[in-house]
Design a protein around this ligand. Sequence first.
Ligand code: ADP
Ligand code: ADP
Length: 239
Amino acid sequence: TALLRIDDLVVEYPTAGGTIHAVSGVSFDVRRGETLGIVGESGSGKSTLLRAVLRLTPVTGGAVHYGDHELTSLTGEEMRQLRPDLQMIIQDPIASLNPRRTVRELVAEGLRIWPQRVTDTVDEQVRRGLDAVSLDVDLVGDRRPKSFSGGQCQRIAIARALALQPRVLFCDEPVSALDVSVQARILNLIRELRRTLDLTVVFVSHDLGVVKNVSDRVMVLYLGRVCELAPAEQFFAAP
Ligand code: ADP
Ligand code: ADP
């Protein structure tokens, strides 16, 4: 069953040089528990699409259905209530982590903003979030981001998202800034999470090899349009 349904989404950027058509009538669904990979070359509209679905960028037209909600018509406050459900990690993990905070504080950040997501205790949910990414709170909890590698920072960012017990994890080029050897470990981690936590994943990358590694279905964007959407085994089958 579809957890998210995107209908005819259009996103345009007005600029001095004219209108940029970043996303031009994109429709797809995301099924509960699946990993949907979205692949396309730089400039094909991947980031814009993710950001529009999450209401981080204004939508020109179309609809985003999540459960009983239509996200493009929600008020800011209604959207704020849903944010913990729909978490995102980005390409540059270090940029998303406040350097002045400890790991413990960083992973607890979302739980301070959305106390309704504290179903156990903050400490316990921080511990479980870090556990899920193979970090031990007793070893790393008091350290700050600058003492970690890029891969470890991405783990911390993922732990922060997981502490909120999200339904969907949106990943925007989550391994593109990492060393190749570290990439594989983060991809394995994302695959594992999807299996162990009842998590749905939307995974965006320009790298087909990376998308192949994690996806159940693959959607190809080209110039802001969907040009292919197929199960991964079909997509990657020899012709
Ligand atoms: P990516 O290809 O990984 O999305 P970019 O370098 O294209 O990264 O974009 C980086 C940032 O600049 C993003 O926030 C994006 O929205 C913004 N951006 C990209 N293209 C333009 C543009 N033509 N005008 C203004 N901002 C842009
Ligand atoms: P991708 O993530 O696939 O690299 P983007 O969504 O970043 O693609 O960009 C899609 C198109 O929209 C590109 O032509 C890009 O230059 C343009 N674009 C992205 N962000 C902005 C922005 N903030 N202002 C103007 N144009 C933008």
